[in-house]
Design a protein around this ligand. Structure first.
Ligand code: 13P
Length: 282
């Protein structure tokens, strides 16, 4: 069932667990993730970055693929199809027009007033189509050379202002996490996370799930995080399996080659759902 994120994240907030967001890269990944989450009876968010959208042939191709896979595989759990890090109003509009059920507008690189103006424009458009909106404030870092760089911790006051002036459904406050592999230790500001959760009352989103320790993930959920994004960890699980299996294989059929990472990718999906407490929450 393709749905927006409202009900699934509000339920997660009330019952203190988090819904996994897994980035998809192709048909096979989408299928593996859907099959595993259905088996686990876990709600799931399929995240699509702009890069992945271009790779897979546009928003409409993806929407049709996901919709038809849900029907073909008889997927019963709630599935949200979500634009990850939409960089502009136009990009979010394209995703909404193609039938995505949720979008993230990431205008966090702009000064607050501009972030608010762009985000508000997306919210006004999305509301007409029953599409939910996530927005980001502060800056999620990235790992470069030997350090985790570019992290900007979101401020409580700015979070409140963004939420109050835009009417977003979910907030992703950057609080120390990093996209990709951490070079150092993840240093999340849990106190501020809790304060932002209390002041805004919205389900919060944690980006850069890869490499955050299990105890930190659990603590984040206690502090109000209801959606956690994972990408790199799935890519590593799948590609490591593939590299190993190809050493002793003469396979040339791409279907067989891509499938070599299925078990490991599904195991990674299971571990995350188990950690987040989303199993049997569909
Ligand atoms: P990771 O690649 O670090 O898991 O982050 C994924 C993410 O936050 C996508 O928005």
């Amino acid at each position: 069932m393709l749905v927006n994120m409202k009900e699934m994240l509000n339920k997660a907030k009330n019952e203190k667990y988090a819904v996994p967001h897994f980035n998809i890269n192709n048909l096979e990944w989408t299928r593996f993730i859907l099959e595993k989450c259905n088996e686990l009876s876990s709600p799931v968010i399929l995240g699509v970055s702009e890069g992945a959208m271009k790779y897979m042939g546009g928003f409409k191709t993806i929407r049709n693929m996901v919709e038809n896979l849900i029907e073909y595989l008889d997927i019963k759990v709630p599935v949200s199809l979500h634009l990850d890090h939409g960089s502009s109003f136009e990009m979010c509009k394209s995703a909404i027009d193609a039938g995505f059920t949720s979008v993230m507008i990431d205008a966090s690189r702009y000064p607050l007033d501009e972030n608010i103006a762009i985000t508000k424009k997306v919210v006004d458009y999305a509301k007409k189509y029953n599409v939910t909106v996530e927005a980001e404030i502060g800056r999620v870092g990235s790992s470069t050379n030997d350090i985790d760089s570019g992290i900007v911790y979101a401020s409580v006051i700015e979070c409140e202002k963004l939420v109050n002036e835009t009417g977003i459904d979910f907030l992703a406050p950057a609080l120390g996490s990093v996209h990709g592999l951490y070079k150092g230790e993840p240093k999340l500001n849990f106190e501020r996370m809790e304060e932002i959760s209390k002041k805004t009352s919205l389900p919060l989103v944690l980006h850069g799930g890869t490499g955050i320790y299990d105890e930190q993930i659990k603590k984040a959920i206690e502090c109000g995080i209801c959606k956690i994004n994972f990408n790199t960890e799935l890519q590593i699980a799948w590609s490591n399996a593939l590299k190993e299996k190809l050493k002793s294989s003469d396979a040339y059929d791409p279907r067989k080659i891509i499938k070599m990472g299925e078990e490991e990718l599904k195991e990674c999906v299971f571990k995350k759902c188990n950690l987040l407490g989303s199993i049997n929450k569909a």
